[in-house]
Ligand binder design. Structure first.
Ligand SMILES: [Zn+2]
Length: 72
């Protein structure tokens, strides 16, 4: 395989099987196609900050605790 690094495929966030060499709309849902790797880049950006992870975990724990307390 001779894949040039300059060639970027665009994919739909909802349909990973939808891939096009140009940006545009997904033919299945009409969402804007994203450059390949964008989803992971966003995830990596969020995980990059340990403080962000701590905040997310804390919020989840607080919400779960609130739900359990409301049930009693
Ligand atoms: Zn789609």
């Amino acid at each position: 395989m001779n894949q040039s690094q300059a060639v970027k495929l665009y994919h739909c966030p909802m349909h990973p099987e939808v891939r096009q060499p140009n940006s545009g709309k997904c033919p299945k849902c009409g969402m804007d196609l994203l450059p390949e790797g964008t989803r992971f880049a966003m995830l990596r950006h969020m995980i990059k900050s340990p403080l962000m992870v701590i905040i997310m975990v804390t919020v989840m724990v607080v919400i779960m605790a609130a739900i359990m307390m409301m049930r009693q």
